[in-house]
Unconditional design. Structure first.
Lengths: 113, 116
């Protein structure tokens, strides 16, 4: 089975721009969640989608949004980028059974200048 | 809300020796799961081991084992016979069984270096 695929691997944007990150989950996984990883804040939960619906949401401003398509692929969008948005964005998928762990992608490294 | 604390930002161990990484958590829930994930340098995060809170027996996976103390809310990871490939950042994570895996709470991580 192919793993979780995130594209692109690297992105450089300037302040004020917007960005869209993509995530393809493992086949059969219907839950896709997004995390922001920074050296100072660790792993912070952004949101989780299941069957095209946002099921959980972290404490991030409305500039961070996402969606999930019928094939379970997910996109995350960040608008009006700020320097502090520079981070590794990790996508993870899971089977959504009671004890299914997260399967992570390689992440997208976003740098905002 | 749950919190997960890893009090050791960095650790090192000699190859073939044993090392224990600490994790404590705080929750009012009684039904939950705990995980250890490993993130090697510039590589993707993978699951190392999981523990179900209702099971008293400590989970083991080959060289990896946990010491789960539910009353103390402690969940440490022991790595036996450390190998160079164990060099990575290790994250402890909590998941409420009544929600779903997508909303795990992670500790800040422990960077482990295995020295030859």
């Amino acid at each position: 089975k192919a793993g979780v695929t995130q594209t692109p691997r690297y992105l450089i944007k300037t302040r004020g721009q917007q960005v869209t990150l993509s995530c393809s989950p493992i086949s059969g996984h219907r839950s896709v969640s997004w995390y922001q990883q920074t050296p100072g804040q660790g792993l912070q939960f952004l949101f989780e989608y299941f069957s095209e619906t946002q099921r959980n949401k972290g404490n991030f401003p409305g500039r961070f949004s996402g969606r999930q398509f019928s094939n379970s692929r997910s996109e995350m969008n960040v608008s009006t980028l700020e320097l502090g948005d520079s981070a590794l964005y990790l996508c993870a998928s899971s089977l959504d059974s009671n004890n299914s762990p997260l399967h992570f992608g390689n992440g997208t490294r976003l740098t905002v200048t | 809300a749950q919190t997960v604390t890893q009090s050791q930002p960095e650790m090192s161990v000699q190859e073939a020796e044993t090392v224990t990484l600490s994790c404590t958590y705080d929750t009012s829930e009684s039904n939950y799961y705990l995980f250890w994930y490993k993130q090697p340098p510039s590589r993707q995060m993978i699951l190392v081991i999981r523990q179900e809170a209702y099971k008293q027996q400590n989970a083991t996976e080959n060289r990896f084992s946990v010491n789960f103390q539910k009353a103390a809310k402690s969940f440490s990871l022991k790595i036996s016979d450390s190998q160079l490939g164990d060099t990575a950042m290790y994250f402890c994570a909590f998941m409420n069984r009544n929600t779903n895996a997508g909303k795990s709470t992670f500790g800040d991580g422990t960077t482990l270096t295995v020295k030859p």
